[in-house]
Design a protein around this ligand. Structure first.
Ligand code: FAQ
Length: 323
């Protein structure tokens, strides 16, 4: 069905698709869809899946260095959840006719992207807390509206992912609360991590709206429900009171409450840095991709064994059907 998508549409199929979107109903894998809609979804879902898998690395580095058994168990669970999110998302991309091995190949060859945020280093255990608070917090802002995305399998995957992101955000904030109640050195570690992760977290939402080539069409198709700048603003409004409660300063001299607008004013992230990181020149891009490539090569025997097992099961099922 997906092969036929976009071809020989005819006015009926096209108008049915448009009507489904206009009624806020879901497009499902068997429905006709324009080729551009399918491509946009595969692009976004694959990038999202790659981000979850590469996103295991910055925090994964701290599993063996966690300060207690409790923190190790929490971090283990979180990093495992991220692997699970990647798998749900690859499965959602497969419903559009994409091939998981091909998507991985595209990532490894640098033909598909993953989130800029995972190209920054984690320098102390406070970074684990700040990633939970900021990065998972930003992910929640961005992904809760995606639970209403027009493509059914993507929207449904997001429901479970968002529940888990919520646990991730809370564990990060709780870790930081504990550190802030600790020694002066611990409070300094938290403030230092906040200073380093604030601006890259704002960049996660993407380029500004007037420089976001995909937003208009994605919003018309209701794949995206809000613009990049709108979600960035929501994140700032959500995070400022949390920072005050925690007792840290967000590193933005322009940040202040605007009574008239009922929102915070804030500075502009350095979008030239975002461009640099996206094009492969961030502080850890090479390291992240090397690690991903090595993991892929080392996992080859697992994929071969799983394929051999699946082939054997299928052959057995065929024999039983004939008998
Ligand atoms: N990094 O026209 P737009 C997480 C690219 S998961 C890298 O605005 P669009 C969980 C963009 O792809 C984090 N590339 O694009 C977790 C496009 O390139 P293309 C991932 C970026 O798609 C937590 C070009 O720039 N979340 O955090 C970035 O309409 C902790 C032009 O941009 C998602 O993927 C960026 N920051 O909007 C895991 C959510 N921003 O494809 C572990 C779903 C933009 O044309 C630990 N995705 N680009 O070559 C989305 O909502 C959207 O795809 C946006 C970008 C908002 C990311």
């Amino acid at each position: 069905m997906t092969e036929a998508a976009g071809r020989d549409a005819g006015p009926d199929l096209e108008s049915q698709f448009e009507a489904t979107i206009a009624r806020d109903q879901r497009i499902e894998p068997r429905d006709w869809m324009p080729e551009g809609y399918r491509k946009t979804l595969v692009r976004q879902i694959a990038q999202h899946a790659h981000s979850e898998i590469i996103g295991m690395q910055p925090e994964g580095e701290w599993i063996t260095k966690a300060p207690s058994l409790r923190r190790k168990a929490i971090l283990f669970a979180k990093v495992q959840d991220e692997a699970g999110h990647g798998l749900y998302l690859y499965s959602a991309a497969e419903t559009l006719g994409a091939d998981r091995a091909d998507l991985t190949e595209r990532l490894l060859e640098g033909r598909q992207k993953y989130s800029s945020i995972f190209n920054y280093p984690t320098l102390s255990y406070a970074d684990v807390g700040v990633i939970g608070w900021f990065v998972d917090g930003a992910a929640i802002c961005n992904q809760v509206p995606l639970c209403r995305s027009s493509y059914g399998p993507y929207a449904r995957a997001m429901v479970r992912i968002c529940k888990e992101e919520s646990f991730h955000q809370r564990q990060g904030y709780e870790l930081l609360m504990t550190m802030m109640r600790g020694t002066e050195a611990q409070r300094e570690m938290v403030q230092d991590a906040v200073n380093r992760w604030w601006w890259p977290s704002l960049m996660m939402f993407g380029p500004p709206d007037d420089d976001s080539p995909n937003s208009a069409q994605s919003m018309a198709w209701k794949i995206k429900r809000h613009s990049n700048d709108e979600l960035r603003r929501r994140f700032v409004d959500m995070t400022v009171p949390q920072a005050a409660k925690l007792g840290v300063t967000l590193p933005d001299p322009e940040l202040r409450w605007n009574e008239e607008r009922g929102h915070h004013d804030f500075g502009t992230p350095d979008f030239s840095e975002l461009k640099e990181v996206i094009t492969g020149n961030g502080p850890c891009n090479a390291q992240r991709m090397d690690r991903r490539r090595t993991a892929h090569e080392e996992g080859a025997w697992v994929r071969a064994a799983a394929s051999a097992h699946a082939a054997k099961q299928a052959a057995r099922a065929r024999e039983e059907a004939v008998a």
